[in-house]
Design a protein around this ligand. Structure first.
Ligand code: ADP
Length: 204
């Protein structure tokens, strides 16, 4: 189990440039971002996000891990929710997990092809999860790479959606959230986030 105090705030690696950024340096926002590679079910944060499917009754990938870690009471609560549409978010308890809540969202099924619709749906996932967190007075949220596994959203496109929405949300709601953790599982995703984070969260 990893408490928040053991999840470091992200800083650019030595020599990393921020040349392509279209955002201003904002050290307060920068201090709210973490990049963590590992199992999201180990994080002791207010909410972890689940990349679920429309049934909310469990599946493979991160969804399977979350249900395994939480235990059968999670599925029982999920079964009362009537499913979830693509881009929407629903909150439940986290039961056997160290997090306080699970926010379930359903990403678009892209299978390698991204149009305006898929991009908007993925944006909605991040935005609705952040809204759900703040509406429930939650201050620390961890996201997996929604839709980039079985749902086939190209990771190098998904990262820009994730970082754009989070940057803009934190700017718009400066007092609501203390930490947003991008919880990547694959080394390739860690590299992608390391590469792109300086564009969205440039350091001075
Ligand atoms: P989707 O169906 O939305 O594509 P997946 O679970 O198949 O969801 O994949 C989403 C991302 O979650 C992938 O990057 C995958 O590597 C990652 N992942 C799988 N297991 C875990 C876990 N335990 N913690 C964090 N991320 C995970």
């Amino acid at each position: 189990v990893l408490p928040l105090s053991q999840i470091p705030v992200w800083t650019p690696s030595a020599g990393q440039t921020t040349g392509e950024t279209c955002y201003q340096v904002n050290e307060v926002l920068n201090s709210k971002i973490s990049l963590f590679r590992g199992d999201i079910t180990k994080l002791e944060v207010d909410a972890i996000v689940n990349a679920a499917n429309k049934t909310l009754l469990g599946g493979g990938g991160v969804d399977g891990s979350i249900h395994r870690g939480a235990g059968p009471l999670l599925k029982k609560e999920c079964a009362t929710l009537g499913g979830c549409d693509t881009g929407q978010a629903k909150i439940t308890g986290a039961y056997g997990l160290p997090a306080k809540y699970v926010i379930h969202t359903v990403g678009p099924i892209a299978q390698g092809v991204v149009g305006d619709r898929e991009r908007e749906e993925l944006r909605n996932c991040y935005r609705n999860c952040l809204d759900t967190a703040t509406q429930n007075q939650l201050r620390t949220v961890a996201f997996p790479c929604i839709s980039t596994g079985v749902y086939g959203y190209p990771p190098d496109k998904a990262v820009d959606v994730a970082l754009t929405v989070v940057r803009e949300y934190l700017e718009k709601h400066p007092a609501q959230l203390d930490r947003v953790i991008f919880c990547v599982f694959l080394k390739s995703d860690e590299d992608l986030y390391q590469d792109r984070l300086p564009r969205y969260f440039p350091h001075a």
